[in-house]
Design a protein around this ligand. Structure first.
Ligand code: 6PG
Length: 239
């Protein structure tokens, strides 16, 4: 059973995760010398980054935090659609985070090259301390869109995934972790905000199992813990 934590709005969702991080990350760093976080894309993380900056760099041990991404679009880092680009504008640059602690997916490279590079990197990281995910109104997470090949891939940790969805802007190649990589993490946190997610959130967390239709349902950490941090608008249809 997934843990669902409800908050007033997107800012409160972000603050709740940051509060958890202020307690957990120093302990993770004390235990293992670093904290590895795989970020999601989309718009929700922008609020998180802005709240992190508002909280101030001293709130977390950024010298020991390593940033990765769960997925990326096949675009250069300065492209408006780049998940890394948004993080760079909203968090990395304001905090002047060291480049040697930020491991972006090279969306500008040939997909198979970017995949090979990130697979090698993920093999070195092993189990992430945190994987952040958002959820699309179609039930996708990372770039695991319903009906796309990567949803069923339980062998490779990272793949190029041809998606065809209005939420992805039509037919697009995406670069994404698979469920097997995400489910190996120690902690997975979904951040889901907005009324447009309400029906899907209910189906995902309260409905019958249908991972093909709702890939977010396939996120069940093997030994890690999963929590959903949702705002009131997204939670409005939950029992
Ligand atoms: C991406 C994200 C994607 C996102 C969801 C939710 O690359 O687009 O990884 O999975 O998390 O689409 O997006 P919002 O946060 O904008 O609702």
């Amino acid at each position: 059973m997934a843990v669902i934590r409800k908050y007033a709005d997107a800012a409160a969702v972000a603050d709740a995760l940051i509060d958890e991080w202020t307690l957990a990350i120093p302990l993770i760093v004390a235990e293992r010398g670093r904290c590895t976080i795989a970020l999601s894309g989309g718009s929700t993380p922008k609020t998180l980054f802005q709240r992190l900056v508002a909280r101030g760099k001293a709130a977390l041990p950024w010298h020991a935090i390593e940033l990765y991404w769960g997925d990326e679009r096949c675009v250069p880092p300065d492209h408006a659609d780049s998940n890394f680009g948004m993080a760079e504008r909203e968090l990395i640059r304001p905090f002047e985070l060291s480049a040697d602690r930020v491991w972006r997916i090279r969306g500008e490279a040939e997909p198979e090259v970017a995949v090979a590079e990130y697979r090698e990197l993920l093999a070195r990281v092993g189990r992430f301390d945190y994987v952040l995910l958002g959820m699309g109104s179609d039930g996708h997470c990372a770039s695991l869109f319903p009906g796309s090949p990567a949803v069923d891939n339980v062998v490779d940790w990272f793949v190029a995934n041809p998606v065809d969805s209005p939420l992805a802007g039509g037919k697009k190649m995406r670069l994404t972790m698979t469920t097997v990589a995400i489910n190996w993490a120690r902690r997975v946190r979904f951040l889901v905000c907005g009324a447009d997610k309400a029906a899907t959130l209910k189906a995902v967390v309260e409905g019958g199992a249908d991972g093909a239709r709702y890939p977010a349902q396939l996120i069940r950490p093997l030994v890690g813990d999963l929590a959903w941090l949702v705002d009131r608008a997204a939670a409005q249809e939950l029992s």
